[in-house]
Design a protein around this ligand. Structure first.
Ligand code: PMP
Length: 362
């Protein structure tokens, strides 16, 4: 029998299984989830779940949820498709539109899944790096590369840098690109900015990705959605696994959508806490804190990896270590938590930075 790796698709054989490195800690600020988990919303979801039969397959395109989402954006249901988290939709975009070396334009540092899934689907990824200091897009280079690309990806606010991209540039990009433009708005609820969805009627190549995992607090249920022209939605519908969004998740997403004002209240609290955390962390001379339009902050700190380890081991706080990612040397990403969690982060940094004065340079 041949070696299993030799039997694999070459683009898959080079991959390692995904490991989010979750460690049991008291304060988990590593995955940009919504840390609030309000009991009132949870109770409403649980009541609906109890009434949901589980012996039947789900409706593949989640028509009720789809209609509700469409109404939010003044779009038609034919412009909406749901998926098992945004991740599945990103994968399906490459499955439907990639392959055969198709050119995908990516703007690192950004969400690593794009490159991973694009390469798995045998696309060629061309990077247009962001400014190393501000993380702003290199707009002229991006417009030039997008012209002949199959798909160009812009994340706004960007993960992990928090950088926002204006709609005026998205418009230019859609006009300049002969292929598709994916605008990933997974964190847009935390930004004071309009969705690119309002450009959908003008640009049939525009794809907007959103998720219930962040502001809506349903990361565990795995529901995301795409808004795009009906032709793009049809392509995604053709390649998807029909039952990827289960009945329980569909109901959970519908129920939280009905609680929109309550969700917006929580988002406002998170935005306030982001200002608090950013202001407090900026007081440390050793830290660089970037402005963020999302529910996390990117910070640069000397001895970043050791700081990350000490936060985890001595303070039971887990953040995300990006210090070995190109362009993010010395950087940690901290999800904005509940007030007491953010205070704990600030106090932990106070302790650790005092210790770090004696650490040798790495
Ligand atoms: N886009 C970005 C930029 C993200 O950070 C994430 C989650 N980390 C996603 C999409 C996908 O989120 P989910 O699969 O939970 O919907």
């Amino acid at each position: 029998m041949r070696d299993i790796k030799e039997l694999m698709r070459p683009s898959a054989a080079v991959l390692e299984p995904y490991d989010p490195k979750f460690t049991p800690v008291e304060i988990n600020l590593s995955a940009n989830e919504n840390c609030y988990a309000p009991v009132d919303i949870h109770d409403k979801v649980m009541r609906e779940l109890e009434l949901t039969p589980m012996n039947r397959y789900p409706q593949p395109l989640a028509p009720r949820l789809r209609k509700h989402i469409a109404a939010l954006y003044r779009a038609t249901p034919e412009q909406v498709i749901v998926g098992n988290g945004g991740d599945e939709l990103i994968f399906n975009l490459f499955l439907a539109f990639g392959g055969g070396g198709a050119k995908i334009v990516n703007c690192p540092p950004t969400f690593s899944i794009y490159r991973l899934y694009a390469e798995l689907c045998e696309c060629t990824v061309v990077d247009v790096p962001r400014d190393p200091k501000t993380f702003a897009l290199d707009e002229p280079a991006l417009l030039a590369q997008a012209a002949d690309a199959r798909m160009t990806i812009v994340t706004t606010p960007n993960n992990p840098t928090g950088t926002l991209t204006g709609l005026d540039f998205i418009e230019k990009l859609c006009a300049a690109a002969e292929g598709l433009v994916l605008v990933d708005e997974a964190y847009l609820e935390f930004a004071d900015a309009p969705s690119a969805a309002k450009l959908l009627d003008r640009f049939p190549n525009l794809i907007v990705l959103r998720t219930f995992s962040k502001a809506f607090g349903l990361a565990g249920c795995r529901v995301g959605y795409v808004l795009a022209s009906p032709a793009v939605i049809d392509a995604l519908a053709a390649v998807r696994q029909p039952y990827s969004v289960n009945v329980l998740s569909q109901i959970a997403a519908e129920t939280v959508l009905k609680q929109l004002p309550r969700v917006q209240e929580l988002v406002a609290e998170i935005v306030e806490q982001r200002a608090f955390l950013s202001e407090e962390l900026s007081k440390f001379d050793e830290l660089t804190v970037w402005p963020s339009a999302a529910n996390f902050l990117l910070v640069r700190v000397p001895h970043a990896h050791r700081v990350w380890e000490t936060l985890r081991d001595e303070h039971s706080i887990l953040v995300r270590d990006f210090s070995s990612t190109p362009g993010l040397e010395g950087c940690l990403r901290i999800t904005v938590g509940r007030p007491e969690e953010n205070v704990a982060v600030v106090e932990a940094f106070m302790d650790i930075l005092a210790l770090a004065e004696d650490w040798e340079d790495e």
